[in-house]
Write a protein that binds this ligand. Structure first.
Ligand SMILES: *[C@@H]1O[C@H](CO)[C@@H](O)[C@H](O)[C@H]1NC(C)=O
Ligand SMILES: *[C@@H]1O[C@H](CO)[C@@H](O)[C@H](O)[C@H]1NC(C)=O
Ligand SMILES: *[C@@H]1O[C@H](CO)[C@@H](O)[C@H](O)[C@H]1NC(C)=O
Ligand SMILES: *[C@@H]1O[C@H](CO)[C@@H](O)[C@H](O)[C@H]1NC(C)=O
Ligand SMILES: *[C@@H]1O[C@H](CO)[C@@H](O)[C@H](O)[C@H]1NC(C)=O
Ligand SMILES: *[C@@H]1O[C@H](CO)[C@@H](O)[C@H](O)[C@H]1NC(C)=O
Length: 502
């Protein structure tokens, strides 16, 4: 700075020059006695809290407002203007209308509010523009931000036991960047790569951590946990992932035929047992030699150990002879995967070998039936024989001797015969024993009765008038003379009837 002569004449001339030429010297020249205090070098605030920035001035300065700027140089931003305060803003004066206290409050501080804040006294320049007259030394504001709740993501596709699958834990929006991540599988600590921390546009940090997990069959009820520790947190934050969301345990498929071998025409039950699978969605179809047949579920999938499922389905097949050797297949589509299957063959036992004991059993049963039937039949036969015998003996008693009876023709039936018959006819009924033996006996006992001579009314002279009658009915007629029958042999079936006419 140049020294100036102290005479009054020159002083009046020099004042405009001083303003024009000696801006850096403002402090020393015009701002004598003016002070600006910005006492906070660093302030740390938690996101969401209110922030107070202190600024006081004393002494006299030229006209011009006091402002709060965030940042210096290019990219600075006016946070507060004494003469242009916005009442709806988050930023308000702590002491309204004060000329000396320019302390401000900032509500609900966010990470993006981080930066260095300056309290600045402006004065009007020669051309009416604002010129910086004094500024404070700046307050560095740090906004601590808590990390967001960790999110754990797994693979897009389900994976099978023994597959190693990556899981990623992410959290963001935290400040400062110091963060710690731990992984657990069901309370057991796991190793993981160190977390990757990146800064965001909002000056906060994001974190991503990846862990490889080898799935196990029993993981349907397991969970993966990511635990995040940060200075802003009183207790760690956790995010978790149910392994049931990514686990797929394919079922074991087993078909059983019962009975096998089967007797012909018996029903054979094929049971398909699906064991230890996850998730539960499964579809079953049955095939007989590759052609679909209808089966029936014994139940829905039921949960067994460790969250795994079990299901059985059943189909019944008639063991007809032509089906011997048929292949019955249980086809399983689990969780949209390629079908898995198992088969059993329908076997029919050879009747001569396989079913021997059974047939013997059947024969024994049959024999019993035969015996019963036989006994019943014998009893019946005996009964019938006895009845027949009784009837027979009764009949024999009734017709103990042969008889002969002569009578006129029966009028009712033989009316016409009587009229047309010119002869005076007499009919004879002869009742003889049919058996030769008894006839012979009868002949011996009463020979007279067996022979009858019929004498006609014309010429009753001896043997000429004899007529012969046949066994069943005697039709007397005027037959020409015939020789008299020779003495009848025993057992002759011919009879002579001798009747003396009136
Ligand atoms: C603030 O930024 C503006 C441009 O945006 C610039 O003209 C001005 O000089 C800056 N003020 C300070 C104090 O850095
Ligand atoms: C940071 O994490 C937040 C959520 O926590 C997310 O919305 C944002 O996109 C992330 N930013 C980057 C750059 O990864
Ligand atoms: C089995 O059934 C079929 C038709 O129903 C029949 O023709 C056949 O004789 C039966 N076989 C036996 C051993 O019962
Ligand atoms: C049996 O259950 C399986 C799986 O739930 C299903 O796909 C199938 O259609 C069911 N069958 C019958 C006959 O209900
Ligand atoms: C059953 O699966 C085997 C392979 O495991 C395959 O060769 C066969 O064709 C399948 N049979 C049916 C009927 O799907
Ligand atoms: C069925 O087939 C098996 C073998 O293929 C054979 O041993 C058995 O005798 C057959 N049964 C009949 C009833 O033909």
């Amino acid at each position: 700075m140049e020294p100036h002569p102290r005479d009054p004449g020159r002083a009046a001339w020099a004042l405009p020059c001083l303003l024009l030429l000696a801006l850096p010297g403002v402090d020393a020249q015009a701002g004598q006695g003016f002070t600006l205090q910005q006492p906070q070098a660093k302030v740390t605030v938690t996101a969401g809290d209110n922030l107070t920035l202190i600024c006081t001035v004393s002494g006299i300065a030229g006209p011009g407002s006091v402002m709060w700027l965030k940042g210096w140089g290019s990219g600075n931003k006016t946070v507060y203007d004494q003469n242009n305060a916005d009442p709806s803003s988050r930023v308000t004066a702590a002491v309204r209308g004060s000329d000396t206290n320019f302390t401000i409050h900032i509500r609900n501080v966010q990470p993006e509010d981080m930066g260095t804040y300056y309290c600045v006294k402006f004065v009007k320049g020669a051309f009416g523009d604002d010129e910086v007259f004094r500024r404070g030394s700046g307050t560095e504001v740090t906004v601590q931000a808590k990390p967001s709740r960790p999110l754990v993501s797994g693979p897009e596709q389900r994976a099978r036991p023994n597959d190693s699958v990556p899981f990623t834990c992410t959290t963001g929006g935290f400040f400062p960047d110091k963060i710690d991540v731990k992984w657990f599988k069901n309370d057991n600590s796991m190793t993981a790569q160190p977390p990757q921390v990146t800064q965001t546009r909002m000056k906060t940090y994001n974190m991503s951590s990846t862990a490889q997990v080898t799935l196990e069959k029993g993981d349907a009820r397991s969970q993966i946990t990511c635990e995040v520790t940060h200075p802003t947190l009183q207790a760690p934050l956790r995010g978790s992932f149910q392994l049931s969301r990514v686990l797929r345990v394919p079922p074991s498929v087993k078909v059983r035929a019962e009975p096998s071998p089967a007797e012909v025409n018996k029903t054979v039950a094929f049971t398909c047992l699906l064991k230890e699978f996850y998730p539960a969605n499964v579809s079953i179809s049955w095939l007989e030699n590759g052609i679909e047949i209808k089966g029936q579920n014994l139940s829905g999938p039921r949960e067994v150990s460790r969250g795994l499922f079990e299901l059985s389905s059943r189909v019944e097949v008639q063991a007809t002879e032509e089906k011997n050797g048929s292949t019955i297949t249980c086809r399983v589509v689990h969780d949209g995967q390629a079908p898995a299957n198992d088969s059993a063959v329908l076997l029919i036992s050879n009747p001569t070998l396989g079913g021997l004991s059974n047939e013997f059993q059947i024969n024994k049963d049959d024999m019993l039936i035969y015996i019963v039937v036989g006994v019943v039949c014998t009893v019946l036969a005996l009964l019938v024989a006895a009845i027949l015998y009784l009837i027979r003996t009764k009949q024999i008693k009734g017709k103990s001797s042969p008889s002969a009876r002569l009578h006129e023709p029966e009028k009712s039936s033989e009316a016409t015969t009587q009229e047309s018959d010119p002869n005076n006819l007499t009919y004879a009924d002869l009742n003889f024993e049919k058996e030769r033996k008894s006839i012979r006996r009868m002949v011996e006992m009463s020979q007279q009765s067996e022979y009858a001579c019929i004498q006609s009314n014309q010429a009753p002279n001896g043997d000429d008038n004899l007529t012969y009658a046949d066994l069943d009915m005697v039709h007397l007629s005027k037959a020409p003379k015939r020789p008299a029958p020779r003495p009848e042999e025993a057992g002759s079936e011919y009879a002579s009837v001798q009747i003396t006419r009136k």
